[in-house]
Design a protein around this ligand. Structure first.
Ligand SMILES: Cc1cc2nc3c(=O)[nH]c(=O)nc-3n(C[C@H](O)[C@H](O)[C@H](O)COP(=O)(O)O)c2cc1C
Length: 223
């Protein structure tokens, strides 16, 4: 649609120029490693009311070389990396098992911030997947059995039938076991960018990269 269309909410949204404000990100303000800096920003995002602050958009490369993206939830972060859970036979699961290269963005728009991670994702240890699956609500556990994620299905009714079948299968079991295909991936980062929006689009961008010989180096890049 042309930008000269009749004024309205769509046109307003396309033309709006929001001032990203006065917050700043200086070299002396960031932690010495990106995990500590991420943890601080993530806590702040939660505290300042960002909706689903652990939602991240995950980009992978399909076996045919095309990129594909989707939102997943971060479920753990420590010095080993960033953990999320999914079906390993889904589109993203198959992509990652063939090519572990990933990029992720945490889009914290209301804070005028984003964090962009590049790295490699590998399956987490079996026990980590078992532990996490066991802590999920029963409904989500049944759903994991009922959905071959990313595969076609003939109708909603067919999906709901798969749910009834799974409920029946585990009716007498106190706990629902983890489907073998369901579990975690951990992203080991090699580049992490912290982006803070500034006035007139002169944003702050500080990038951590794995240094030759280990550790992290920090670099400012242009907005
Ligand atoms: C806010 C939000 C959170 C989501 N979290 C997850 C998640 O943690 N794991 C997951 O497998 N899918 C999650 N999804 C669904 C995915 O975006 C996606 O539809 C699904 O994983 C299938 O992706 P794929 O076909 O590319 O593999 C989430 C979607 C939204 C909107």
């Amino acid at each position: 649609m042309s930008h000269d269309a009749v004024p309205g909410p769509l046109d307003d949204a396309l033309r709006r120029h929001t001032d990203y404000g006065a917050e700043r990100l200086e070299e002396e303000d960031v932690a010495t490693d990106p995990i500590a800096q991420f943890t601080a920003w993530m806590a702040e995002a939660a505290e300042r009311g960002v909706y689903e602050p652990n939602a991240m958009v995950l980009g992978t490369i399909d076996p045919d070389g095309h990129p594909s993206i989707r939102t997943v939830l971060l479920r753990g972060v420590d010095e080993r990396g960033f953990e999320f859970y999914t079906d390993h036979t889904s589109r993203k699961g198959r992509a990652l098992l063939a090519n572990p290269a990933v990029s992720v963005v945490f889009p914290w728009y209301t804070l005028h911030r984003q964090v962009i991670i590049v790295g490699e994702a590998h399956p987490v240890e079996r026990e980590a997947s078992e532990d996490y699956f066991a802590r999920r609500p029963r409904g989500a556990q049944i759903a994991a059995w009922s959905s071959d994620q990313s595969q076609p299905i003939s109708s909603r009714e067919a999906l709901e039938q798969k749910v009834r079948d799974a409920e029946e299968r585990f009716r007498d079991d106190e706990t629902v076991p983890r489907p073998e295909r369901w579990g975690g991936f951990r992203i080991v980062p090699h580049r992490v960018e912290f982006w803070q929006g500034r006035t007139s689009r002169l944003h702050d961008r500080l990038v951590f990269r794995v240094a030759v010989g280990g550790g992290w180096e920090l670099e400012r890049i242009q907005p």
